[in-house]
Design a protein around this ligand. Structure first.
Ligand SMILES: N[C@@H](CCC(=O)N[C@@H](CS)C(=O)NCC(=O)O)C(=O)O
Length: 230
């Protein structure tokens, strides 16, 4: 088995997306967390966009972009998470292509400078949620995107659905309840051990701390005690 090193910022959802696939495939890997404000030279040398994740293989090759990393892992290590059927596979890939838009819609309010921007950001959520709800309806009974078999689509959305819940617990958003299929899917993913790189309460506290430190409009809803507890 090759040697895998996943270079990470602790709370990065894109890193989490690749870590999930490594865990689903039971691949041993070294998880190395670096500081966003202090990226070491060795990292800058292997990451073309200076971003995480980077998957370093056998100290020789460096892959970047979470989707490309996951596709590579899926091509090289069993079990295959993509469907065998080419049409189903194309549909899965179409929905992994939607992850960045979904991500921006769901976490945009954490970056809003004032209340008006926050309201504008939350107004984007229903479009993204409705699209996923319709996709899940077409896919069938669940509980995962492709039924009972885990897929790269599940791994792509899990980090962002988790952040929706984090943000909803900072200031209630009250949207996911309107989309029963999406809610059931999200709950299934939140219960799945592979979703979690860290103990859940610890990770949520860290996420809140990051939002608080960003000093955007949402920061005021995070009590100082949460920072002290971290
Ligand atoms: N499209 C990239 C996004 C990765 C990304 O945005 N990573 C963030 C951390 S969560 C990053 O490294 N940001 C540093 C920067 O933009 O300089 C992927 O899917 O891997």
């Amino acid at each position: 088995m090759a040697k895998y090193l996943l270079v990470s910022f602790k709370t990065c959802p894109w890193v989490q997306r690749s870590a999930i696939v490594l865990r689903e495939k039971k691949i041993e890997f070294e998880f190395r967390h670096i500081e966003p404000d202090n990226r070491p030279d060795w990292f800058l040398a292997i990451s073309p966009h200076k971003k995480v994740p980077v998957l370093r293989i056998d100290d020789k090759v460096s892959l970047f972009e979470s989707n490309a990393i996951n596709e590579y892992l899926d091509e090289t290590i069993a079990p295959r998470l993509h469907p065998e059927d080419p049409v189903a596979r194309a549909i899965n890939r179409a929905w992994t292509d939607y992850v960045p838009t979904f991500a921006e819609s769901v976490t945009g309010m954490a970056y809003s400078a004032d209340e008006a921007a926050y309201q504008a950001a939350t107004a984007k959520i229903p479009t993204a949620f409705e699209r996923l709800e319709r996709a899940l309806e077409k896919q069938g009974a669940g509980p995962l995107f492709n039924g009972t078999k885990y897929s790269l689509v599940d791994a792509g959305y899990a980090p962002f659905l988790q952040r929706y819940y984090f943000l909803d617990r900072i200031k209630p958003i009250g949207q996911i309840e309107k989309y029963p299929r999406l809610k059931a899917w999200a709950e299934t993913l939140m219960k799945r051990p592979s979703t979690h790189s860290f103990p859940e309460a610890e990770f949520e506290a860290l996420y809140r701390l990051n939002v608080k430190r960003r000093k955007k409009w949402m920061s005021q809803f995070i009590p100082d005690v949460a920072v002290a507890a971290e």
